[in-house]
Design a protein around this ligand. Structure first.
Ligand SMILES: *Cc1c(COP(=O)(O)O)cnc(C)c1O
Length: 385
C-alpha cells in the first residue's frame, strides 16, 4: 500500500538517535534546547518550546492564555479533533467558524459576522484556533485585525505548516498570533516520533509555558515565593503537566530539520505533478494566494457532481483496491458524536459539510518514488473517469 503520508528516516537520523541512547540523557537533556534553538532560527521567532505532542502543545497554549471553565474557544470544523479538544481540556465551551469554499481555511468574512453577533450577545471567545489546512496559511492579517478588535487571543495550529510561508515570513513567527503550534507525528513535515512545539514572541507566555510543561515546578530562585530552605528546593507554582520532549526525539528532530527544505521541495514537486496531470479532471483544488507558500502536508482534491459522496466512496475504494492509501481529511469535528453531545448538529456549518462530502487525500510525502507518484496519478485519472 502506498501510504498517504509517511516518515522519511535516513542513516543520519538513526545515528543521531543511537548517539543519544549511548549518552547520559534519555529524558530532557542538552538535545531539547538545541532542537528549540534550531526551530527558533529556522522560523525566525523569539521563543520555542518543545513538547511531547502537538496535542500537548495545543493544551499548553490554551493554559498559557488562561483558558478556563467560563470561557469559549473557536476553531474550524475541518481539522483534526485535537484543534477543538484543547478547549475542552480546559473546561471551555467549543464553537466553530465555517471554512471558505475555495481556501478551505477559516472564512475571515464568516468569522467577522460571527464575532459581531457574539459581541452583541456577550459570548465572545477567549481563544481562536486557526488551522493552516494541508499547509496553506490562513489569511492571518485579516484574522488578527478582527481578533485584536474583539480582544480575542489567536493560536495558529500549524501542525500541517512547518516550512510554509505567509507574506514572505515563516509560519510560526507569530507576527499575527499569540502562539503557533506544531506537530512532529510521523506523517507531518518532520518527525520526532511523537512530539510537538510551541513558538511565541511573548516573553511572559513563554515563561508560563515553560512552567506548565513540567508540573508547574520551578528551580529558578527568582521565581520562588517561599523561603530558600536549601539547595534542594523547588517550588510548584501552578498546576502543570509532564509534557516534556525527550532527548531521543529532540535529536531525531534536529537531524530531520536539516532536510526540511528538501522535504518541502519534494512535496512541492509531487503536488505540481499531480496538479498538471489532473488539469482536465472535474475536480477542484485548494486556492493558494500569491503571498503564501504551502508546506504541502496533504494533497487534497474535491470531487464534484450531484452525488459527490457516492463518487468519493467509489473512487476511495477504487484506489484502495489498487494499493493506493487514499484518505479523507477531515470528518467535520462538530459531527463527531462527542461534539454532537455538546449540542452541535448537522447543518451548522454547510461549507465544511459540503467540503467533507467530496474531499479525498492522495499520497504525498518525500519518500515516494517518481514511479509511485506516476502510479497514483494514473490510477486516480482512470478512477475518476
Ligand atoms: C496532527 C495534528 C494535531 C495533533 O498532533 P499530535 O502530535 O498527533 O498530537 C493537531 N492538529 C492538527 C491539525 C493535526 O494535523
Amino acid at each position: 500500500m502506498i501510504k498517504y503520508g509517511c516518515q522519511n528516516i535516513n542513516d543520519a537520523d538513526i545515528d543521531a538517535v543511537t548517539s543519544v541512547l549511548r549518552s547520559d540523557y534519555l529524558t530532557t537533556g542538552p538535545k531539547v534546547p538545541e532542537f528549540e534553538a534550531s526551530l527558533r532560527k529556522i522560523i525566525g521567532v523569539e521563543h520555542a518550546i518543545a513538547v511531547n505532542s502537538g496535542t500537548a502543545a495545543l493544551h499548553l497554549s490554551c493554559l498559557g492564555l488562561d483558558l478556563g471553565q467560563k470561557d469559549r474557544l473557536w476553531t474550524t470544523p475541518i481539522s483534526f479533533v485535537a484543534s477543538a479538544n484543547c478547549g475542552r481540556y480546559c473546561g471551555a465551551e467549543v464553537d466553530f467558524c465555517d471554512i471558505d469554499p475555495d481556501s478551505w481555511n477559516i472564512d475571515a468574512n464568516a468569522l467577522e459576522k460571527k464575532l459581531e453577533i457574539a459581541s452583541i450577545q456577550n459570548i465572545l471567545p477567549k481563544i481562536l484556533v486557526v488551522v493552516h489546512f494541508s499547509g496553506v496559511p490562513c489569511e492571518m492579517d485579516k484574522i488578527s485585525e478582527l481578533a485584536t478588535h474583539y480582544g480575542v487571543r489567536v493560536i495558529e495550529d500549524a501542525s500541517h505548516a512547518l516550512g510554509a510561508t505567509y507574506q514572505g515570513q515563516a509560519v510560526g513567527d507569530c507576527t499575527y498570533s499569540d502562539s503557533t503550534v506544531f506537530s512532529f507525528h510521523p506523517v507531518k513535515l518532520i518527525t520526532t516520533a511523537e512530539g510537538g512545539a510551541i513558538t511565541t514572541a511573548k516573553r511572559d507566555l513563554y515563561d508560563s509555558l515553560t512552567l506548565l510543561r513540567t508540573h508547574g515546578i520551578t528551580r529558578n530562585k527568582d521565581q520562588m515565593v517561599g523561603e530558600l530552605q536549601g539547595p534542594w528546593i523547588y517550588e510548584q507554582l501552578s498546576l502543570g503537566y509532564n509534557y516534556r520532549m525527550n532527548d531521543l526525539s529532540a535529536s531525531l528532530g534536529l537531524s530531520q530539520l536539516n532536510r526540511l527544505g528538501k522535504f518541502i521541495q519534494r512535496r512541492q514537486q509531487i503536488a505540481q505533478y499531480y496538479s498538471e496531470k489532473f488539469m482536465e479532471l472535474p475536480i477542484s483544488m485548494q486556492r493558494i494566494e500569491k503571498d503564501m507558500k504551502s508546506a504541502h502536508h496533504l494533497y487534497v482534491v474535491r470531487l464534484q457532481g450531484e452525488k459527490v459522496e457516492h463518487e468519493r466512496k467509489r473512487i476511495f475504494e477504487y484506489m484502495r483496491e489498487r494499493g493506493i492509501g487514499v484518505n479523507v481529511h477531515y470528518i467535520p469535528i462538530h459531527l463527531q458524536p462527542y461534539y454532537r453531545d455538546q449540542g452541535h448538529q448537522y447543518g451548522d456549518y454547510p461549507q465544511s459539510e459540503e467540503f467533507y462530502r467530496g474531499c479525498l487525500s492522495l499520497p504525498i510525502h518525500p519518500s515516494l518514488t517518481d514511479a509511485e507518484v506516476e502510479t497514483v496519478a494514473e490510477t486516480f485519472v482512470r478512477g475518476v473517469r
